[in-house]
Design a protein around this ligand. Structure first.
Ligand code: AHG
Ligand code: MN
Ligand code: MN
Length: 348
């Protein structure tokens, strides 16, 4: 480990000094997120060994099989974050309604929306899974937080981040002052700064999409993906297709290498599968802070004010040039479309 490598807490405290508006309460909340991540990590990385694998037999409100680790991750985040005294309310992918601060705990001024375990259907195959979190200021003035406190647009976020569990567990977050990555060092139980100020390439050469849904995609997306596959060296096409099926893992790779993650509306999920509050908005914040972009095809993803906790959205996320071109195809205004009309052929 390089000497002078900073721990997460040392880094956050330094940021606190340089940002007088950052409060000690906010710092302690971030540290508690890291504590919860360490507790979840401890089970995820040995899931194959301890009898934690497998399904609870329940279905969550999305009709998805609930993995026991989903429940453990949810309960850990609820217990740890709820006892910081910093939260007014929480919202989780695993609970239909808002999650009140545990009984008897002090109510604070922040809100955390989270996906306790993202990609959990991949767990049994030892594929990277993650936790995604979004921290907002409460809107209501007093008492326990409400649904209104959770349903805020992404541009109101104070912080957002994800933890990716695996052979090398990482925590990546932003507070609006760049994106910073920390790698977990189990021997000392600390997240160590390993990726300061992450910048995503302006353009990548990777696209991530579940092409099993191709037939039910909107026409513009079909054209876009067909166009990405065409041979055109000057524009770096064909792109490489890379799809893990864990949003956190696909996003993390594309953040570092450049590229675009695509989850359009499909026959099964006409508004897309991924949720605004605890998947789209936090990753959009990180993408933008790293120089990238995020859209639902019509709007900047962070401008969406969700009408419900689990509202889904089409998601186009990653390198700025790639997201811009994808949105141009969706809205039928990419130059290649006019060119193909003149040539009398359809793109690809
Ligand atoms: P979660 O496990 O939190 O429900 O999220 C799963 C999501 C996301 O991780 C991934 O990108 C997407 O589901 C994959 O969906 P498909 O299997 O439909 O491609
Ligand atoms: Mn998820
Ligand atoms: Mn999940």
């Amino acid at each position: 480990m390089p000497h002078g490598a900073l721990t997460l807490s040392q880094f956050i405290l330094r940021q606190e000094y340089t940002h007088p508006e950052a409060s000690g309460e906010f710092t302690s909340l971030l540290m508690e997120v890291a504590l919860a991540a360490k507790m979840i990590n401890r089970l995820v990385v040995r899931a194959g060994l301890v009898d934690i694998l497998g399904l609870t037999g329940d279905e969550n409100i999305h009709g998805e099989q609930v993995q026991r680790l989903d429940v453990f991750a949810h309960d850990t985040l609820h217990r740890i974050l709820g006892s910081t005294g910093q939260l007014a309310v929480l919202a989780s992918e695993e609970d239909e309604g808002i999650v009140a601060v545990p009984q008897g705990e002090r109510v604070g001024k922040y809100v955390v929306n989270f996906d306790p375990l993202d990609g959990s259907s991949n767990l049994d195959a030892n594929v990277n899974v993650g936790t995604i979190f979004s921290i907002l200021p409460r809107i209501t003035r007093k008492g326990s937080g409400t649904l209104e406190d959770c349903l805020q647009p992404g541009y109101r976020q104070l912080a957002a981040g994800y933890v990716m569990y695996g052979s090398s567990t990482m925590l990546v977050y932003t507070t609006g002052d760049g994106v910073h990555g920390f790698t977990f060092e189990p021997s000392i139980g600390e997240f160590m700064l390993s990726h300061p100020d992450i910048r995503t390439p302006q353009r990548g050469h990777i696209y991530s999409a579940n092409e099993g849904n191709y037939q039910s995609w909107p026409e513009g997306i079909k054209r876009y993906v067909d166009w990405l596959k065409m041979e055109d060296a000057p524009s770096g096409r064909p792109y490489s297709g890379r799809y893990i099926g864990s949003l956190v893992a696909d996003f993390h790779r594309n953040l570092l290498y450049g590229g675009i993650f695509i989850y359009p509306g499909t026959g099964k999920n006409p508004r897309g599968k991924l949720r605004v509050l605890y998947e789209g908005a936090p990753l959009a914040f990180i993408a933008e802070q790293a120089g990238g972009a995020a859209s639902d095809g019509q709007r900047r993803l962070m401008d969406i004010t969700p009408g419900s906790l689990h509202e889904r959205t089409p998601l186009y996320l990653g390198s700025a040039d790639d997201v811009r071109e994808c949105v141009e195809f969706i809205n039928n205004r990419h130059p290649a479309i006019a060119a193909e009309r003149r040539a009398g052929s359809r793109t690809a």
